[in-house]
Design a protein around this ligand. Structure first.
Ligand code: SF4
Ligand code: SF4
Length: 95
């Protein structure tokens, strides 16, 4: 899934390290390997790889990691597959 990229610097993923207990659930469920454990704390390693699926948020026992699922533009991602990244768009007319 490493080729599955989202728009740069727009993912809504947020991590509250103070609330993280280091259980590793977010690391286990993330299909994009966006999150890693650094010691006993989660760390966002690849924000632009986040596709806002919400799996980490749903499985975090403390609410330390949050994302707004569905904000991501699936149409843009599909267009990058079909037309290439240069011709894909995620504006008001794309879907
Ligand atoms: S929302 Fe999905 S892709 Fe993004 S960090 Fe969480 S599990 Fe990974
Ligand atoms: S699931 Fe939540 S508490 Fe567990 S490592 Fe991830 S952010 Fe921390």
């Amino acid at each position: 899934m490493k080729d599955f990229r989202y728009l740069d610097k727009v993912a809504t993923l947020r991590l509250n390290k103070d609330a993280c207990v280091g259980c590793g659930m977010c690391v286990t469920v993330c299909p994009q390997r966006v999150v890693h454990l650094n010691g006993k704390k989660a760390e966002i390693m690849d924000l632009d790889g986040c596709m806002e699926c919400g799996a980490c948020t749903m499985n975090c026992p403390t609410g330390a990691i949050a994302v707004t699922p569905g904000v991501g533009c699936a149409a843009y991602i599909i267009q990058t597959w079909l037309k290439g990244k240069d011709k894909a768009s995620c504006g008001p007319d794309c879907c």
